[in-house]
Design a protein around this ligand. Structure first.
Ligand SMILES: CC(C)(COP(=O)(O)OP(=O)(O)OC[C@H]1O[C@@H](n2cnc3c(N)ncnc32)[C@H](O)[C@@H]1OP(=O)(O)O)[C@@H](O)C(=O)NCCC(=O)NCCS
Length: 216
């Protein structure tokens, strides 16, 4: 990710700062199959592309990654929310097609239910140290190592937002072995479990970030 030389240790990014300068969190990646991708903050001009991404989500993906809607109205709302609340959304764009093929969401807010659940599991969450995170690769980009490829960048974003731990936004369903495997192999540990409205079980998982090494 691009950043000014000399400012990397101290400067904590803000959502308004990122919206004013999306390049500060923009980087190029190469997928396992050679495809070139760009990871960058969502911008207002993405509404149509984001709507296409949401509309293409399969029923299975919608069950595991839930959004308020899956069309243009929701995409517009999400774009209108840029830098207005607690959320930072990054998109993965396929360079060849210009298509959005993944959505990564950080939330700098914690809900009282999250705080209470984690407290019951012996973990004290605070808004200054913790953020929530969710990832949604497009259906045709799942199981291709993309989630694992971007995870170090997700961690870097959280660090640059001043956070030291990441929790799963809404948890992960226990009957989603791929997602559980994905999070475990990338260092998340299970903190507790809770029941969804439909009676199914979900897990709370947390990743503690390695401290940034001191610069010589
Ligand atoms: C879960 C998800 C985010 C992971 O991202 P991804 O890019 O597909 O993940 P990766 O390809 O980096 O890693 C997936 C891992 O799960 C493994 N896996 C795939 N299917 C599996 C299954 N049924 N059971 C157990 N592990 C499985 C893969 O082999 C891989 O592990 P490996 O690298 O050790 O072989 C993505 O698949 C996804 O969004 N799926 C649909 C929606 C969803 O489940 N959302 C989760 C919300 S919490």
């Amino acid at each position: 990710m691009t950043r000014d030389a000399g400012s990397e240790a101290a400067e904590v990014l803000t959502l308004t700062g990122i919206a004013a300068d999306p390049l500060c969190l923009t980087c190029r990646l190469r997928a396992r199959d050679g495809a070139e991708l760009v990871l960058r903050p969502l911008v207002h001009a993405d509404a149509a592309g984001l709507a296409g991404f949401l509309a293409a989500m399969s029923a299975a993906s919608r069950r595991f990654s839930t959004f308020d809607g899956y069309g243009l109205a929701t995409a517009r709302e999400v774009c209108d929310a840029i830098a207005r609340y607690d959320k930072l959304r990054l998109v993965l764009e396929d360079v060849a097609s210009g298509r959005i093929v993944g959505l990564l969401e950080h939330s700098l807010d914690l809900t009282p239910t999250d705080v209470a659940r984690y407290r019951d599991a012996g973990v004290r969450l605070t808004a200054t140290t913790d953020c929530r995170f969710g990832i949604t690769p497009a259906d045709d980009h799942q199981d291709r190592g993309l989630g694992t490829l971007v995870l170090p960048l997700v961690e870097e974003v959280a660090r640059r937002l001043g956070r030291t731990r990441i929790i799963l936004w809404g948890g992960v369903r226990a009957d989603n072995p791929r997602a559980v495997r994905y999070y475990e192999k990338n260092g998340f540990r299970t903190v507790g479990a809770f029941e969804e409205a439909d009676g199914s079980l979900s897990l709370d998982m947390m990743l503690t970030l390695d401290p940034v090494p001191d610069r010589p």
